[in-house]
Design a protein around this ligand. Sequence first.
Ligand code: ACO
Length: 471
Amino acid sequence: MAKQNMPAAKTKPAKAASAKANSGKATAVKADAAKAAAKPETVTFIDNRTGKRFDYPIIKGTVGPDVVDIRKFYGDTGMFTYDPGYGSTGSCSSSITYIDGDVGILEYRGYPIEQLAEHSHFLEVAYLLLSGELPTAKELREFEDSITHHTMLQEQIHFFFRGFRRDSHPMALMVAAVGSLAAFYHDYLDFHDPKDRMIASHRLISKIPTIAAWAYKYSQGQPFMYPRNDLDYAGNFLHMTFATPCETYKVNPVLARALDRLFILHADHEQNASTSTVRLAGSSGANPFACISAGIASLWGPAHGGANEAVLDMLTQIGDRNRIPEFIKRAKDKNDPFRLMGFGHRVYKNYDPRAKIIQRSCHDVLDELGIRKEPLLDLAMELERIALEDDYFVEHKLYPNVDFYSGIIYKAMGFPNSMFTAMFAIARTVGWIAQWAEMMVDSESRIGRPRQRFIGATRRNYVPISRRKAK
Ligand code: ACO
């Protein structure tokens, strides 16, 4: 959907003669505009079985498609709307993130993602997402100080980790450890109090990198590394992941900057599956740590944040550029469950703006690490080239999404595939908690409770086991 409510394009002053000729037209246009203005801002549903009409108001956002308010639809008509996957359903009003998927626009609080990725850094973006405005120097200093000084985990959490198998997937540990924070931090839980909401938000943003790094350390059989307050957010995560107590670890600033930029790109993405999960869980008044744990579980799936891991698995499986046509053919075959991972998006029907930035970042990281040739990057670029020329991908508007190139960067930095989605979760925690906090103060927010079209058996009588027939 093209951006709406944009200021009309400015036109050059018309010449006098044409102005006169146009004056009649202008009067007609004004009359049409007046007529249009008089039209009711409603949509009418007609039940063709009875001829009954039902009017629903059209409500507007500051930008983006208009919205039909159908909250009274069931009460009026006795029918539900049916929209599996919620492709046409808005579940809330939000002022955090705006996406125009048709043209590939992503904005956090009105700021284009390209500008934030270029000029900002992750904690400043986190402040922006949480508060709505860019911070002053003092506000940023205080926020960074608060996040930096809450990165340690309650010491007992060591033992919680130790209950897991060493070969557990890091996302399994993340789901569990983040949920467990509800047990470790059960003070300040009046979520109607802005201070308590702020404390829960800061705790989550500061502790999530420690949890992810420790999930990695545990899988490697290495000692957990404590956070370092002299490092920035991304640098500290690299330290907790790759340092050992045996030697000094020096954070590479180019890699830290690339990681910080990846965190910015992944920080929020409006009402996607995991964010909607967080909102749905939170709509019952549940503990925010438990809600974020639910979000992490939803993110894990390969159709969502798990795609970055799946892309690398797929590229490894393809192995050679000569085999690309075979996999493209499989992706197009409706009888084959194989899909091109890292391609396609529910909202973007154009190039995902984040994928463009990540592709550039990929080259920076490989250059910095002196990797002249990365076969998986060559393969990915060739796969993209072939797919974007293929009629099926063109017709279905399938472009690379945020996850297509991110795994290649993470791999070059030394992360195993299983950590990719965990790193997505670090960044998205900011978006999840900002969305949760927004919902908590939204007077229109109600417990989330979709309805269903029932297609099971109709009412029947219980049959005693002795009279049941074998199938
Ligand atoms: N490869 C091949 N065909 C595809 C792909 C793909 N990656 N994605 C969509 N299609 C096709 C579908 O088969 C369908 O075709 P049809 O209309 O002829 O039946 C059409 O495109 C529309 O696809 P849907 O599945 O209906 O689109 P939906 O919006 O439900 O799904 C999704 C979006 C899940 C992202 C999908 O494109 C996909 O599975 N992509 C691969 C996984 C992936 O990269 N996920 C990460 C998304 S980004 C993120 O969440 C962070």
